[in-house]
Design a protein around this ligand. Structure first.
Ligand SMILES: Cc1ncc(COP(=O)(O)O)c(C=O)c1O
Length: 361
């Protein structure tokens, strides 16, 4: 009997965006612009930082297992009961709990091909049969995904907006899709970029639906600028939540994460500033990149994905941009070898990125 299952052996370890210090060391550059990991360029909410500092003195205590204060506040904010709310070490932490809680050995999973890599890894690690449904014109093809539903389907994962494409599916597409989904099938609605997309008229905010088989996942990692803290949250029917609570690691998320999240949730100013900066950045970068004849995909998240003529071209450009001190993300490991993703930065960072592109191209 092999020690490591085949599906785990075949997994590749996650390759994060290059850290700033590593690039500085390797290339001897002082000024580095990191636009590789969809982080908030404004940093964390100051209110969250203050709450974290205040919570430090209780670090010898274990965190509140029920995450009561933050769950209560989220329930109030989103007009649900506390029993409909779960917390986790990032929304990815909750995804992991969902996979451990609901999958039987014969269950199958459906998702889009080359969508969020975190879910791809969880799905592969689960050892279950997964139907990877190709996107159409860089968007989820819900119509095609629905045709894969069978008696074994247990989980369908949808990222809306998607990472790494930044595209979203509409109310109409979602409504038509849901008509074809049996109630026994769980939908994971990953809305990690919700704060950036919520203003779109035809964006289906899953919290307006209240389907009993939909689990909505959101995060403090993106618009709230707390990616390093590892805290996310989810909403679902209380029976789903109560089972997730049995399986979830009891002390996840940490006490600092709970305190930071609670404070960040009240910082509307920080969110508004972040969303505005992101929208302006997307507009500016898209316009200027188009001028340079770079093919951009319309984005509703906090990044723009660009398409080049070949894998070699995309890889070379990423390397040359790095030499200019700009860290971007070549999407080859995400299954999109001809593509580069650019996270939106501060205005000056976007400018540096464009200046580097002008040189490199
Ligand atoms: C679509 C999507 N979902 C989830 C996550 C992970 O979020 P968290 O930091 O909350 O685990 C990301 C992060 O990149 C993402 O792009």
């Amino acid at each position: 009997m092999p020690l490591v299952p085949k599906n785990i052996k075949e997994l590749s370890p996650y390759k994060p965006g290059k850290p700033i210090e590593e690039v500085q060391r390797e290339l001897g550059l002082k000024q580095i612009t990191k636009l590789a990991s969809n982080e908030n360029p404004l940093g964390p909410s100051p209110l969250a930082l203050e709450a974290i500092r205040n919570a430090e003195q209780d670090l010898h205590r274990y965190p509140d297992v029920s995450g009561f204060n933050l769950r209560k506040r989220l329930a109030e904010r989103f007009d649900v009961k506390i029993d409909n709310v779960i917390l986790g070490a990032g929304s990815e932490g909750i995804m992991g709990t969902i996979m451990r809680t609901f999958l039987l050995p014969e269950d199958e999973i459906i998702t889009a091909q080359n969508s969020f890599i975190g879910f791809t890894v969880l799905a592969k690690a689960s050892g279950r049969k997964v139907h990877w449904v190709p996107m159409k014109e860089h968007r989820y093809n819900l119509k095609a995904m629905a045709t894969f539903i069978n008696e074994y389907t247990k989980i369908i994962y949808l990222a809306n907006p998607d990472n790494p494409m930044g595209t979203y599916f509409t109310v109409e597409e979602f409504d038509t899709f849901m008509e074809k989904v049996p109630e026994r099938v769980l939908i994971i609605m990953d809305e990690a970029y919700f704060e950036f997309a919520q203003y779109l008229k035809d964006y289906p905010d899953s919290m307006h639906y209240r389907y009993d088989n939909v689990i909505t996942l959101r995060t403090f990692s993106k618009a709230y600028g707390l990616g390093g803290l590892r805290i996310g949250y989810g909403f679902a029917h209380d029976q789903l939540i109560s089972n997730l609570m049995k399986v979830k690691l009891p002390f996840e998320p940490s006490s600092l994460a709970q305190a930071g999240g609670l404070a960040a949730l009240e910082d509307n100013y920080h969110i508004e500033k972040t969303v505005q900066l992101t929208q302006d950045g997307i507009e500016y970068l898209s316009r200027e990149l188009r001028r340079l004849e770079v093919n951009t995909i319309p984005s509703s998240a906090n990044f723009i994905t660009t398409k080049f003529s070949s894998e070699k071209k995309a890889g070379d450009i990423c390397q040359q941009m790095l030499k200019e001190g700009v860290i971007l993300r070549h999407l080859k490991p995400f299954g999109w070898p001809d593509y580069i993703r650019i996270s939106i930065g501060l205005f000056e960072e976007n400018q540096s990125c464009l200046n580097a592109f002008r040189k490199v191209l």
